[in-house]
Design a protein around this ligand. Structure first.
Ligand code: RTP
Ligand code: MG
Length: 141
């Protein structure tokens, strides 16, 4: 088993629904520790850079519009196999396809407003963690 870090974002729809605590609680109950955290309003530039891998996709503008539509909560989660553990807790991208009991099944409305982001690999996680947090902002145990 590998101790990993992953980047998680509680997206504007979930912040607006006032379920930040319920989502953080799922991470904690699954044994993931929050080792860095902040609430921010993303600029278009910051959101575009974050999702740069999707910039040629037809949904890119909608994605950036959505991610800048209100504040988000960004956190670094640490734990055994944290990348996959977080993706399992999140459920499928489209909440209609997400397994019962996952965050997206319980809190997301649509493929656009889908409550949470999570890094999809350890390589993405490294890039994404450093995109939002400096080394001093991450509180290691
Ligand atoms: P995320 O990056 O936000 O954690 O989501 P994900 O890995 O599950 O999905 P990804 O393929 O990385 O897509 C990023 C976000 O773009 C929106 N999307 N829309 N209309 C579409 O076909 C479509 N596909 C993706 C979703 O909001 C997704 O979370
Ligand atoms: Mg993704």
């Amino acid at each position: 088993m590998a101790l990993e870090r992953t980047l998680s974002i509680i997206k504007p729809d979930a912040v607006a629904k006032n379920v930040i605590g319920e989502i953080e609680s799922r991470f904690e109950k699954a044994g993931l520790r929050i080792v860095a955290m902040k609430m921010v309003q993303l600029s278009r530039e910051k959101a575009e850079g974050f999702y740069a891998e999707h910039k040629e996709r037809p949904f890119f503008k909608d994605l950036v519009d959505f991610m800048t539509s209100g504040p988000v909560v960004v956190q670094v989660l640490e734990g055994e196999n944290a990348v996959k553990a977080n993706r399992d807790l999140m459920g499928a991208t489209n909440p209609k396809e997400a397994e019962a009991g996952t965050i997206r099944a319980d809190f997301a409305e649509s493929i656009d407003a889908n409550a949470v982001h999570g890094s999809d690999s350890t390589t993405s996680a490294e890039r994404e963690v450093s995109y939002f947090f400096s080394a001093e902002e991450i509180c290691a145990r």
